[in-house]
Design a protein around this ligand. Sequence first.
Ligand code: ZN
Length: 438
Amino acid sequence: MHPHKLSTLRTDAPPQGAEESAPTLVRRDLAPLSLRPAAPPVTSDACLACKSVYNYPLARWEDMPLSVLGLPRSTEEARNMRGFVLDVRQCASCGHVFHTDFHYDHIPYRNGSNLVYNDGAAWKAYQDELAEEWISSYGLSGKRIVEIGCGEGRFLQRMQRAGNHCIGFEPGSDAARAAAAGIECYPEYFQGSRLFDLRADAIICRHVLEHLADPLDFLEDISIACSAAGIAPLFLAEVPCIEKALEQNRINDFLYEHVSNFTCSSFCTLFERAGFRVLDLRTRFQEEVVTIAARPRLSHTQREVHARAQRFRLEVEEKIARTRRTLEAWRTAGMRVALWGATGKGAALMNMVGITPDLCDLVIDSDVRKVGGFVPGTGQLIQGPQALLDEPADRILICTNWRARDIEREIRQVHGMDAELFVVHDHGVVHLVDDLVL
Ligand SMILES: [Zn+2]
């Protein structure tokens, strides 16, 4: 009997002479079995499909070996295989079944054997039918088709025979076989940014998403890239469906390598959360797999955010440089310059622009409680307005725009100072004139 332990399910010790292979399963933690309503516990393990942190424990094994990748070639090697925690949970929000404590790096995808049997007659016939259906339903002929995780390229060959230009991505050792079979194959992990050049009409992704540590991030990367590139390729995906296994208490569907076990609901949720519009979702192959057809929702918001973020970053860089140049010019001209506003937004401005005491060491604040302290980070002594009454400034840079008019009134009406007033606005340092809109 294999020594792997179950902690929520255990086998009773078999009676003398009984077959060990026919244990009685006893629910220890859940007994007596009841369906009392109970709120799901909040956990630190977010659902891989929807990111909810509410989930129900289903089962947990402390010491499970890999079972798909890296077939051992001796008894000793098999018995000494490293064990992993398999902690299976179901998301309270979308129904996704996933396991925690998963580390993608533990699985030797690049150089381990991945002996998935693809030659069964029914399975081959199913794939022929699926390829034909997708080709006819979505007019896939004369198109550019990318397959993520194309393996040996057999499914992509079906697409190629329909007159499509096919490109495969396969980081594992099957890449060479796909290339030998005439597929344009890249031996690498796929990233959304590849779509800028490839401009695919359709993306196929079969039996990949259940292996990914973060399938939501993976798909979101693709949908955001599509928005940026202004393309909306058809996305056709397939994963094992866990629903029948759940109905039948079929625990051996839980594999360490399959960190995700999709229900129809969670598969749909995953794509919608990642920014896709779902066109079709259905179970197939005696309900053991679920397929989806979806397209990225081209979001104007995403494109505006992208453009605005790029513009903001460039303009802020230029604004900081320009502000420094202005202060350096004032210092070179021998002007007495004061900064007004020492903490909060004032301190943030001084630190962001790099206004250290050698660039300007005179810092004023209206709040007497701050006087005598020092500016966080840059270290100038904070002085009260009296410092400028004793020795007037030529120019005052007001460091907080939303209070600038109040500070202006204080400078002019309370203290009667006539220094020129400035703020950092839009693209750099500007005069605080009456009609400046702050
Ligand atoms: Zn979920």
